[in-house]
Design a protein around this ligand. Structure first.
Ligand code: ZN
Length: 182
């Protein structure tokens, strides 16, 4: 995805639905969602995950944002497509974001809790905030990241759970290869 668009613009379709909501319903949704920007950011990562699935790959996507919501880069797992075991959603987004002076104020958003490899990347470059779509399918290193004082927000998205769990059910061998299980 090209750089420089905001999460809101990137998830335009979702926002359009939001605009259609009026009155009490909209108010109750806004009250229910403490930070709607997180959901909009996750939609960008989800879009990447779906793109990966359409390419025949593992549906995991990620996106990196500035704290104000500007998209810096996004990407998806390309293990199958590129035959590259190092190309996870987070690493693809990280590479697409290009060189950054500092990562402390950037937000890593990913549809799935980051694996040890990607948790290491988050620690290495000093991200202070990570938004994960879900950690039911895989817990990865989120407790370790939290122990380092990194703010990990788990949105527990049923959309993320169903997208990946269906893939895992159909492709258990590829999944186990991806997470390093024998
Ligand atoms: Zn990873």
């Amino acid at each position: 995805m090209k750089r420089g668009v905001t999460a809101t613009e990137a998830s335009h379709g979702i926002m359009q639905e939001g605009v259609a909501l009026t009155g009490r319903l909209a108010t109750s949704i806004m009250t229910f969602m403490p930070n709607p920007d997180h959901a909009a950011m996750l939609q960008v990562a989800l879009e990447e995950a779906r793109r990966g699935l359409a390419e025949g790959g593992i549906p995991i996507g990620a996106a990196i944002f500035e704290s104000a919501g500007k998209l810096i880069g996004s990407g998806h797992n390309r293990r199958v497509q590129n035959g590259d075991p190092s190309m996870h959603g987070e690493t693809d987004a990280f590479r697409n974001a290009g060189r950054q002076r500092s990562y402390r104020k950037l937000i890593m958003v990913t549809t799935l809790a980051p694996c040890w490899y990607c948790s290491g990347l988050i620690r290495q470059f000093g991200f202070q905030k990570v938004i994960v779509g879900e950690s039911r399918t895989f817990q990865g290193g989120i407790e370790w990241l939290r122990s380092l004082g990194i703010n990990v927000v788990d949105l527990d998205s049923s959309e993320c759970v169903s997208l990946l769990s269906e893939y895992v059910r159909k492709n258990p061998a590829v999944w186990n290869e991806d997470i390093g299980e024998e």
